[in-house]
Ligand binder design. Structure first.
Ligand code: IDP
Ligand code: MG
Length: 158
């Protein structure tokens, strides 16, 4: 159990389909703390770096093209075990196979245009947060009044 930060991207299909509010609402309602939020149509170099671990895969060029085809919304979220919590909320990569109740399972039909990205490890989160929120001042440290109602503070945040 550890307080973690993670990078979430609401991909171009989420923005184009008007699902930004619906998806953001899930993370907010879950109890994840919003530290950063930006809407931008990023240049290819950002996604070339972001998806560098997939560089050798055949889908890499198409992936970079898709991610730059419209704006994305970048979120920095924080919470206990936030990386795994977000990954579980996203569902399987192929939206057609993603479980009902997950973002991809409830809102999507595509393998590649699958609405949302979430960091898959603490190392990825650190690398990806630096890419999309390079200036530390873009992440806001604040104290949600609901924290003691979201967590058992003595057990989970000590
Ligand atoms: P993830 O987003 O569930 O972590 P990854 O395997 O890290 O999935 O792949 C990154 C992204 O690349 C996926 O979300 C999807 O948009 C795209 N992608 C992954 N595999 C394929 C593929 O086989 N064909 C086309 N696009 C793919
Ligand atoms: Mg991934």
């Amino acid at each position: 159990m550890a307080v973690q930060r993670t990078l979430v991207l609401l991909k171009p299909d989420a923005v184009q389909r008007g699902l930004v509010g619906a998806i953001l609402s899930r993370f907010e309602s879950k109890g994840l703390k919003l530290l950063g939020l930006k809407l931008r149509q990023f240049e290819p170099s950002v996604f070339e770096a972001h998806y560098e671990p997939h560089k050798s895969k055949p889908f890499y060029p198409g992936l970079v093209k898709y991610m730059t085809s419209a704006p994305v919304v970048a979120l920095a979220l924080e919470g206990v075990d936030a990386i795994e919590v977000v990954r579980n909320m996203m569902g399987a990569t192929n939206s057609r196979k993603a479980a009902p109740g997950t973002i991809r399972g409830d809102l999507g039909m595509s393998f590649s245009s699958n609405l949302v990205h979430g960091s898959d490890s603490p190392e990825s989160a650190q690398r990806e947060l630096a890419l999309f929120f390079g200036d530390a001042r873009e992440l806001v440290n604040w104290s949600p009044v609901a924290t003691p109602w979201i967590y058992n503070v003595a057990e989970e945040l000590a």
